[in-house]
Structure formats: C-alpha cells, structure tokens
Design a protein around this ligand. Structure first.
Ligand SMILES: [Zn+2]
Length: 161
C-alpha cells in the first residue's frame, strides 16, 4: 500500500462507510484500505441510520435487526454475517459487485479516519507518514505487509467466486 500526497480519490475509494460498534477491527482495515470509514460504537440504531443517510454512507452491520430496519427505512445497509474480517471483506465486495481490492490506494488513519500525508523520514531514513487530523505517525511495516496479504487472500477468493 502506498500513501498519495494529493487528495484525489480513485475508484472504489469513493465509497464511504459507517461501521457499527460490533465491527471495529473491520473499520480499521477499511481505513487502511483507503475507504472513508466512520466507526460509531456510541449511537443508537436510529441514530446510526440517520447518520448513514445524512452522510451518504453505507451502513455496515452484523446486527440483522438493524439491517432490516435500515432496509425498511431506505438506508443503504449491508449485513456482514461472517465471523472474521477476511470473510467479511469478501462478503462486502460481493455485495458491492467489486471484483478486487486495490492494494495501491492511499491509506487513511486507522485511529481517526484522517488523511495521511508524507512526513519527514525518521532518523534511520525510513519513510514516514502523518495523519493530518490526529498527527499519529505511520511507518511502512508489518501493519501494511499484513494488510497486503489480506488483500491477496480476499482478491483470490472473490475472483474464484
Ligand atoms: Zn488520525
């Protein structure tokens, strides 16, 4: 995964999500995959539905009653029923008719969903990125390598149907 310095969104990264309280680890992965993702573990079901509608986000939930209420209220909502994030990502891509995740998108901050920009390298010359919102610094490392493996797994599975 790379981090672009411009603000131009590409392809699937235009999708925006609102993730309910039960899917926190998925929210982190979606942000690292460059999706604009709000994670909300405080709001009631009714509030989540309202936020999704107002902010034109797709509500992701594993709560089937919230899913049913959302569909009845014409809120964009996808139910994710699987127990691990790789399987949930596969479910999500199939629902959205996306055939592959793009491993070259710019990541967003996994903590706050802010945009990442290039920062000065650290004292060892390693490339570093900084969240424009919360200032957290990121290095390319195991975090991203693990995510690239996840992207491969998901893409292979989606392309095999
Ligand atoms: Zn941040």
């Amino acid at each position: 995964l790379t981090v672009a310095t411009d603000d131009e969104d590409r392809g699937a990264t235009k999708l925006k999500f609102l993730v309910d309280g039960m899917l926190g680890s998925l929210a982190v992965k979606l942000r690292m995959l460059g999706f604009d993702t709000l994670y909300d573990k405080e709001s009631s079901d009714a509030q989540l539905m309202k936020i999704a509608k107002q902010s034109k986000r797709i509500l992701l939930t594993s709560d089937m009653s919230l899913y049913s209420r959302s569909i009845l209220s014409q809120v964009s909502c996808i139910a994710l029923t699987k127990k691990d994030d790789a399987s949930r990502l596969i479910e999500l891509l199939k629902q959205l008719n996306i055939s592959t995740l793009d491993a070259s998108v710019k990541s967003r901050c996994s903590i706050c969903n802010g945009s990442l920009v290039e920062d000065l390298p650290d004292e060892f010359g390693r490339a570093r990125y900084r969240c424009v919102a919360c200032k957290k610094k990121y290095w390319r490392g195991s975090h991203w390598n693990n995510l690239e493996k996840l992207v491969e797994t998901v893409n292979r599975s989606v392309s095999n149907g």
